[in-house]
Design a protein around this ligand. Structure first.
Ligand code: DGL
Length: 304
């Protein structure tokens, strides 16, 4: 096989998140681009990114980005809203492959969905304080009014729901699934979302890759009049267009290979929970230390 065809058929798409949440995006990519191979990196040891300072998250983006580039990915999607808000621009400047974040695709999906042009955004403290969604939404439609709320406990609720229910809920992302959780969590959900509902939003952006796991809970509070959008499908569309334009799509009939790397100490748990979110068996998992990540970053910087 010549180099051009090797490039087309085998180089994986790199996907990166602070843990397992980005597998909601990986799932959408695997679903809409079934011939594309994926190399997924979950920085579980340093999860959560949401409460961290931006410069720290920017360093993580540099490290994981360098590791993925070293592993010959053809494109990177930062499947973490917090890391996108903190480090997308830095990564785009430093790496010479396409880097796609999840904020702009999520904003685009919201602009297409809203009728009232009143859009709610929920995410981690880091994402909401960065105002990345507000900027992205306004750059697409300057007439949109944005109402944002940090909902950090949703990350914890999604993770707890996964741990408690993963034996009984076969598919967390199925339309009819419901993560049965402590009634206190319904109260927290109401406290977070009813103020947004009162503002008259007709569209709510799930600005965190964990939140699609809570979609039924969020929908039950927002009601049928509010469209709930996440970046996953729109990001997958953007990747398809980018690869198409660059002539880098996998060859028709190519056999996709899914491989994984994580900084998690408990790799079995990463496999177990990850398989539920991804909807395919998570296997071929490499455990990566922070020292290795830092080494990749140093080597990458030295080569530039
Ligand atoms: N996956 C992260 C995001 O989309 C949320 C979890 C975290 O705080 O690391 O923002």
């Amino acid at each position: 096989m010549n180099d051009i065809n090797r490039e087309k058929s085998t180089r994986p798409i790199g996907i990166f998140d602070s843990g397992i949440g980005g597998l909601t995006v990986a799932r959408a990519i695997a679903c809409s681009l079934p011939e594309e191979s994926i190399l997924y990196f979950g920085d579980t040891l340093r999860f959560p990114y949401g409460p961290r300072e931006l410069p720290e998250v920017q360093d993580f983006v540099r490290q994981v980005g360098s590791w993925l580039v070293h592993h010959d990915v053809k494109l990177i999607i930062i499947a973490c809203n917090t890391a996108t808000a903190a480090g997308l621009e830095i990564a785009q400047r430093e790496f010479d492959i396409p880097i796609i974040g999840v904020v702009e695709p999520g904003a685009r999906a919201a602009v297409q969905a809203t009728r009232a042009r009143r859009v709610g955004v929920i995410g981690t403290v880091g994402t909401i304080e960065s105002e990345a969604y507000t900027r992205a939404l306004r750059s697409l439609d300057a007439g949109i009014t944005v109402f944002s709320a940090a909902t950090p406990r949703f990350v914890e609720i999604a993770e707890k729901g996964l741990r408690v229910n993963h034996d009984v809920v076969p598919d967390f992302l199925a339309e009819d699934s419901f993560i049965t959780i402590d009634p206190a969590y319904l109260e927290i959900t109401r406290d977070y979302l009813i103020p947004l509902k009162r503002c008259g939003v007709d569209t709510l952006v799930l600005g965190c890759t964990h939140f699609p796991l809570l979609r039924p809970l969020i929908e039950s509070v927002m009601g049928p009049g509010v469209s709930i959008v996440s970046s996953a499908e729109e990001s997958a569309r953007e990747i398809a267009t980018t690869l198409e334009r660059r002539g880098q799509k996998a060859l028709p009939g190519a056999q996709a290979v899914y491989s994984f790397a994580t900084t998690a100490v408990d790799v079995d748990e990463f496999i177990d929970l990850g398989s539920h979110i991804f909807g395919h068996q998570v296997e071929w998992v490499e455990q990566v230390s922070i020292e290795e990540l830092e080494q990749s970053r140093r080597e990458f910087s030295a080569r530039r």
